[in-house]
Design a protein around this ligand. Structure first.
Ligand SMILES: Cc1cc2nc3c(=O)[nH]c(=O)nc-3n(C[C@H](O)[C@H](O)[C@H](O)COP(=O)(O)OP(=O)(O)OC[C@H]3O[C@@H](n4cnc5c(N)ncnc54)[C@H](O)[C@@H]3O)c2cc1C
Length: 417
């Protein structure tokens, strides 16, 4: 029997795993990779350490327009399968609080393991940018590269990731083909990133400050449930707005809501360890100096001093009580309780997401159009779509690479002679 000629567009995380599995099945496999070296994005993951998966894999850690797709994927290829796969290609791993890293602690080891396994098995690499796709016969695709050359294949795997961390990314020709063939495609927008606010004067004064907080999200003024519940952690205040891991974890929800033209507000609790503000108010007012101090001075010591000062100013402006910032002494219990309650729910309206530090893009091809048992498109036979190009993603913590490995493994493994 003739072997399949398989072309994979993209030699990243999902593409290289798909290539290894398809080649093991005896297919003739070629990866088209736009960069001179494959796996460039893997090199920057986990700050160069590559958090390649997570022991705590639950559907709540993921988002997709079809959660049955995610459940099926987790069932078919778990984090343990990821570990076995990497062990089988010579990469040892270590665990740090559920997060899995290569034993060497270097992302480079992950790329080298994948690339060398591709070479051992005889996967071919062509370092060219794929510009467009066509289906020329019932069982044959043709792709065109940036030098005008055409290449044909029986099975085509699209694994070209997203624009996250890649300023030169442009895949209009591939997206055109995906849409032309009837796939439901949502514009891809940055996620796992910082959030921009229009309050330039506030943020220019607090930039660089970090604070342990709890966050929630309002969409059109209604609080929404955050499935993964990872809403407490370090907030980093920056020149443009909000950042830090706790913000990254809610950024996909925010990004999707903004894409749909909703009003999005992030509510920050700057006193997450205190449920009852009356207790803190009593403590502060019981101190001898409190009567002679203004609101700014009373709060010194609860929060970073510069942040506390700017929040008093912001609060005083919002309730139209400028006297509270400087002149008003003898702060009453009611005034203090009201300010402390404000600190527990400071609202920031989000104008846009910050693409420059996005780790992924949310959106892409609907997973309803993809068979999770094979990763083959339900619209075009012989076409497989994997990795970030799909409308399925995880939160921070190794979940996005886990998706890429699973999807690559399933796609490559399902292409048999
Ligand atoms: C800074 C940063 C840190 C991250 N850290 C983590 C982490 O620690 N853990 C985690 O789970 N996830 C992390 N991620 C996310 C993770 O890297 C991605 O989710 C994952 O790499 C997606 O895999 P993929 O195969 O879809 O795409 P990629 O790995 O991006 O591979 C796509 C490949 O396709 C190539 N390509 C694109 N278009 C074409 C074309 N037209 N022709 C030819 N080649 C093309 C690209 O050059 C690229 O090599 C991080 C991302 C970033 C940006």
């Amino acid at each position: 029997m003739m072997n399949n000629k398989v072309i994979i567009i993209g030699g990243g995380a999902s593409g290289m795993v798909a290539a290894i599995q398809a080649k093991k099945n005896g297919n003739d496999v070629t990866i088209f990779e736009a960069n001179k070296k494959p796996g460039r994005k893997i090199l920057v993951t986990g700050n160069g350490h590559c958090n390649l998966t997570n022991k705590d894999i639950k559907p709540d850690m993921f988002y997709s327009d079809d959660m049955t797709f995610i459940k099926e994927l987790i069932k078919r290829f778990s984090y343990k399968d990821t570990l076995s796969f990497f062990n089988s290609i010579g990469l040892l791993t270590r665990e740090k609080k559920n997060l899995i890293y290569p034993m060497s602690n270097q992302a480079r080891s992950v790329v080298e393991a994948l690339e060398s396994q591709c070479h051992i098995l005889g996967v071919k690499f062509i370092h060219k940018h794929v510009k467009s796709i066509e289906k020329i016969q019932k069982h044959m695709f043709s792709i065109k590269t940036d030098d005008g050359m055409m290449h044909s294949c029986d099975k085509l795997i699209i694994a070209c990731g997203s624009a996250a961390g890649n300023k030169e990314y442009s895949n209009e020709g591939i997206i055109d083909y995906i849409m032309k063939t009837g796939h439901d495609y949502k514009t891809m927008v940055p996620a796992l990133c910082g959030l921009c606010c229009d309050e330039k004067s506030f943020f220019s004064k607090v930039k660089g400050i970090r604070s342990d907080v709890k966050v929630s999200v309002l969409i059109n003024d209604e609080e929404i449930k955050i499935p993964h519940n990872d809403t407490e952690g370090e907030l980093q205040l920056t020149e443009y707005g909000l950042s830090g891991i706790v913000i990254f974890q809610i950024s996909s929800i925010v990004s999707r809501a903004l894409r749909n033209n909703n009003k999005v507000t992030v509510v920050v609790d700057f006193l997450p360890d205190f449920e009852d503000v009356v207790v803190i108010a009593n403590l502060l007012l019981s101190q001898d100096y409190a009567a002679k101090k203004n609101l700014m001075d009373i709060n010194r010591g609860i929060l970073n001093e510069d942040l506390s000062k700017e929040l008093v100013i912001r609060y005083a402006e919002e309730i139209n009580r400028k006297d509270l910032t400087i002149s008003k002494k003898n702060i009453t219990a009611a005034e203090l309780i009201s300010f402390l309650s404000y600190l527990k729910s400071v609202k920031f309206e989000i104008s846009k997401v910050n693409p420059s530090n996005a780790q992924i893009y949310t959106g892409g091809v609907s997973t309803k159009d993809i068979n999770p048992l094979t990763m083959e498109s339900k619209r075009v036979s012989g076409l497989y779509i994997i990795g970030e190009m799909l409308n399925a993603e995880g939160i921070c913590g190794g979940y996005n690479l886990q998706l890429a490995w699973s999807e690559g493994y399933i796609a490559g493994g399902s292409i048999r002679l």
